[in-house]
Design a protein around this ligand. Structure first.
Ligand code: G6P
Length: 438
């Protein structure tokens, strides 16, 4: 039986993940489950309710929540990390400041992602150091955003640490694709290359080797990834529906492969900005929606003293985290898309780039599968973007204003060095409690 700590215990996703873990106890048995956060108040609201739920549904598991790193990280096998440095208040800034300059406002792409990245690096390194100090054999299953910059920072600053970087986006999109062809994700095997939130599926086959790329392409050309069965409440929000629909425009400009939907921020930024409302962004949608619902549900459970009303939804889509933990623990050799150092997986791309590719995961970690050479269009877009990510991490390490300005200037989401500078100055001001001195 395993001992797990969830870092980011106060996250709106935590209750759904705890319920998902309970659903998967047969596949991944737990002896201890701890929550860790540096915000005692926020985590306390969820922790109190989850303690009631755990006592009712899995009394054999030792459940606790704490803000003390030693308590949290002692005797753990896995740290599931989903931290958000600056919380939703700063996500709102990441989205609104760029929009006020006529630029994409998004939490992981463009200037907002860069700002969030510079906030997250310190927090991630702190977690890794706690983990290595108190449980040296522990693995970190990291899905903290912005995953691309966070993964690059881990590569540079903690190259030998046992950190596995993974994102839910390809998992969610594959589920949509499987619905389109009347299959389930576990019946399918994919080939894919890219960066996090920036990639393409090149093959979707069943285990018998039948290729579904054309069939899915035909559907996506008409409907994007909008499917008739909505399985997650998160993705029924209007902004997500619009994102899934937009895949059809991405396919139109580049019909070769099936796109990750976040490519819309790089290929159609003007259109995105014109449809955005800089006084009400995704952060507002989440704060008024999921955040309210989850914290209200927690308060209800605590007031009633029982979780029998089923207020917390199961985040079954997060079960990829269990698949990953199982791959490490039981050497399952599961095939999963992960963010890893390229080292030749994409033949004509730099070795030291953090790329997203299918990997076989066993108890030594991921072994990337060779995806061969990629075409010029995709390669050029990826190279420009990966250099943005690398320069952001360099700017963090060197404390360099100049490098960060260059990184922003290189981003395809920003039209000029002048706009980049104005944006940078506003972002520095907004992030002064979080960023290193530049
Ligand atoms: C997708 C992305 C995640 C991101 C999430 C945001 O799942 O892959 O990286 O965190 O969307 O969702 P939200 O509902 O908070 O906008």
């Amino acid at each position: 039986k395993f001992s797990v700590v969830i870092a980011g215990g106060g996250s709106t996703f935590t209750p759904g993940i705890v319920r998902m873990l309970l659903e998967n106890l047969e596949r991944f048995p737990l002896r201890t489950l701890k929550l860790y956060d540096n915000d005692a108040e926020r985590q306390g609201i969820l922790g109190e309710a989850l303690a009631i739920l755990m006592k009712e549904q899995a009394p054999e598991i030792d459940f606790s929540y704490t803000t003390d790193p030693e308590e949290a990280f002692t005797d753990v096998d896995f740290c599931m990390a989903h931290i958000r440095v600056g919380k939703y208040a700063m996500r709102e800034q990441d989205e609104k400041i760029p929009l006020n300059h006529g630029v994409i406002g998004q939490e992981t792409c463009g200037p907002g992602g860069i700002a969030y990245g510079l906030r997250s690096i310190g927090g991630m390194i702190e977690l890794i150091d706690y983990m290595e100090k108190y449980s040296p054999d522990c693995w970190m299953l990291n899905y903290s955003n912005p995953a691309a910059i966070v993964a690059e920072a881990c590569r540079v600053l903690r190259p030998d640490s046992k950190v596995l970087n993974i994102c839910d986006m390809p998992v969610g999109t594959l589920r949509r694709m499987s619905q389109i062809i009347g299959k389930t994700p576990d019946e399918l095997e994919v080939r894919y290359f890219g960066l996090n939130h920036f990639g393409w599926w090149t093959s979707i086959k069943d285990k018998q080797g039948h290729e579904y790329l054309d069939q899915i392409r035909e559907y996506v050309a008409e409907n994007g990834y909008l499917t008739t069965v909505e399985v997650e409440t998160q993705h029924t929000d209007p902004s997500w529906q619009q994102t899934h629909k937009k895949a059809k425009d991405l396919l139109a400009v580049n019909p070769r492969y099936l796109p990750n939907t976040y490519l819309k921020y790089y290929l159609y930024p003007d259109d995105e900005v014109s449809h955005s409302d800089c006084s009400y962004t995704r952060a507002n949608e989440v704060m008024n929606g999921r955040e309210k619902e989850v914290f209200d549900a927690a308060r209800t459970i605590t007031e009633k003293g029982t979780a029998a009303g089923d207020e917390f939804h199961i985040d079954s889509h997060a079960s990829f985290i269990v698949d990953l933990a199982r791959a490490i623990s039981f050497n399952t050799h599961e095939r999963m898309l992960m963010i890893v150092e390229n080292n030749g997986a994409i033949a004509n791309f730099p070795d030291d780039a953090m790329v997203e590719v299918p990997c076989i995961v066993g108890n030594d970690g991921p072994e990337p599968l060779a995806q061969g050479k990629i075409p010029d269009f995709e390669k050029t877009l990826m190279y420009q973007q990966v250099m943005v990510e690398k320069m952001v991490v360099e700017a963090y390490v060197e404390g360099s204003y100049q490098k960060l300005w260059q990184a922003l200037t290189l981003s395809k989401t920003i039209p000029s060095a002048g706009v980049a500078k104005n944006l940078l100055d506003d972002l520095i001001e907004a992030n002064k409690d979080f960023w290193p001195e530049l």
